[in-house]
Design a protein. Structure first.
Length: 175
């Protein structure tokens, strides 16, 4: 699912305002993967990862940042795709207000995009077919437009080639 999410959009509604972004970088994780939160089994923290697909798994990291994942497998299987970077489509000024940044630095990383979209623990378990945060499915990108590589920012299973990004997109966190 990780490469299929590239080019899809997230639409966030906040106080009548709309932010829309295009997903440009993803990383896959599942329960067989030592780097995954679901690797040690179902816990209170990871319960959402084992739930139905299309829900948001939000976690807090480094004592200060939120990151968001889209649950991708069937009920009882702990898997999700980390959204690593997004490109603004609509609502750029509101994103800048939330981040106090502009340009590429606005959303070129998992914690940055969560801050720019006001995603926090309150959205953990949220069904992405509903407001205030919806996943808008777009047609799959041609595989020639996608770079597949190893994951970044982790210590375990970092050699897994489960990171995907839109080749040449300036919002990708690391090329």
């Amino acid at each position: 699912m990780a490469p299929l999410l590239l080019g899809c959009e997230l639409e966030r509604k906040i106080d009548g305002n709309i932010i829309r972004v295009k997903i440009v970088e993803t990383e896959a994780y599942d329960q067989t993967d030592a780097a995954s939160h679901s690797y040690t089994g179902r816990t209170q923290r990871t319960d959402v990862m084992f739930g139905p697909p299309g829900h948001l798994y939000v976690y807090f990291t480094y004592g200060m940042h939120y990151c968001c994942n889209i649950v991708t497998d069937g009920e009882g299987i702990g898997s999700a795709v980390l959204i690593r970077a997004v490109e603004p489509v609509e609502g750029n000024s509101l994103m800048q207000e939330f981040r106090s940044r502009s340009g590429i630095d606005l959303s070129n990383g998992p914690a940055k995009l969560c801050q720019a979209l006001a995603i926090n623990k309150q959205l953990n378990g949220h069904n992405l077919s509903d407001v205030p945060l919806r996943l808008i499915i777009k047609p799959a990108l041609d595989s020639r437009l996608i770079t597949q590589t190893t994951r970044v920012g982790i210590a375990k299973a970092k050699d897994m080639p489960w990171r995907f990004y839109i080749t040449g997109n300036p919002y990708v966190s690391k090329t």
